[in-house]
Design a protein around this ligand. Structure first.
Ligand SMILES: [Mg+2]
Length: 272
């Protein structure tokens, strides 16, 4: 199949669009609404790093590639608007299955595919850019945690899945409840919490870790690829138990403690 035919097929799969211009021109055009901020993120999904062709189908990879980016949109408390997908792949890769699966996930959030790039390469490399919208000034930030805030996580930790479900709905609910500080867990609680504390100039005392069935405490603390939300909120804010588990408290001392003992950040650091 020629590239133009493939793009036509992908375009038909992409369907309805809130954009002024989507696939087919040199750039996509989006006209922002008044009183909103647009948030952007870009994430790689790399063969050999995030998946292998032995363990993941093309459909798994399409889902995972978008889920990684959507998880960042969820972390800001934003509503997904569009994504752009750049994909390099070997000749025998099931590219249409990749896009079908990616677009199935996109449609769950009424999100459109606005463009991207396709290329041949000897490995599968996907880069997904997502754009989301949030009421002006209301995005949840890593830097907004305050000493005295309670710390929460959604879901249970330590068990990565082939098709993670990004916590977009939880992110929207938290932002509407008035949560100011959040991030998604992609590299493990210990490392991601250290990042949140660093941005907020604070520390943390952890007292409880919700561990997924069949994994160890170490995996739950340092495992990575959870795609759950980590957030903090003033004790005055009522966070429904069905939404998240309280795991500790933000402190003014720039240290992270678990049951009174220092917790070293050991999650996945790509450059360590
Ligand atoms: Mg993130």
């Amino acid at each position: 199949m020629r590239e133009t035919d493939l793009i036509d097929r992908i375009r038909r799969l992409a369907g309805h669009s809130p954009l002024i211009r989507g696939i087919g021109d040199d750039c996509a055009i989006l006209r922002p609404r008044l009183n909103e901020d647009l948030v952007f993120t870009s994430d790689f999904a790399l063969e050999g790093r995030h998946f292998t062709l032995k363990t993941h189908t093309a459909a798994d990879i399409g889902h995972l590639a978008l889920a990684r980016s959507l998880s960042d949109i969820a972390a800001m408390g934003a509503e997904p608007v569009f994504c752009m997908v750049s994909l390099a792949m070997p000749r025998n890769f099931a590219v249409q299955r990749f896009f079908k699966s990616l677009l199935t996930l996109a449609r769950e959030y009424e999100m459109t595919l606005a463009g991207g790039d396709l290329s041949r390469f000897d490995k599968v490399v996907a880069d997904v850019i997502c754009c989301g919208r949030v009421p002006r000034g209301k995005a949840m930030l890593r830097s907004s945690a305050k000493p005295g805030d309670l710390i929460y996580v959604t879901g249970k930790l330590g068990k990565p899945r082939h098709r993670p479900q990004p916590r977009v709905a939880a992110g929207l609910t938290l932002r509407r409840l008035g949560v100011k500080a959040a991030m998604d867990l992609s590299d493990g609680l210990s490392l991601d919490l250290a990042r949140l504390c660093r941005e907020s100039n604070a520390g943390a005392e952890l007292s409880f870790i919700p561990i997924a069935r069949g994994v160890t405490l170490d995996q739950a603390l340092h495992g990575g690829e959870d795609y759950e939300l980590l957030f903090t909120a003033s004790p005055k804010l009522k966070i429904p138990k069905s939404l998240a588990t309280e795991i500790g408290r933000i402190t003014r001392f720039r240290k992270i403690l678990l049951d009174g003992r220092p917790l070293a950040p050991k999650g996945f650091d790509h450059f360590a």
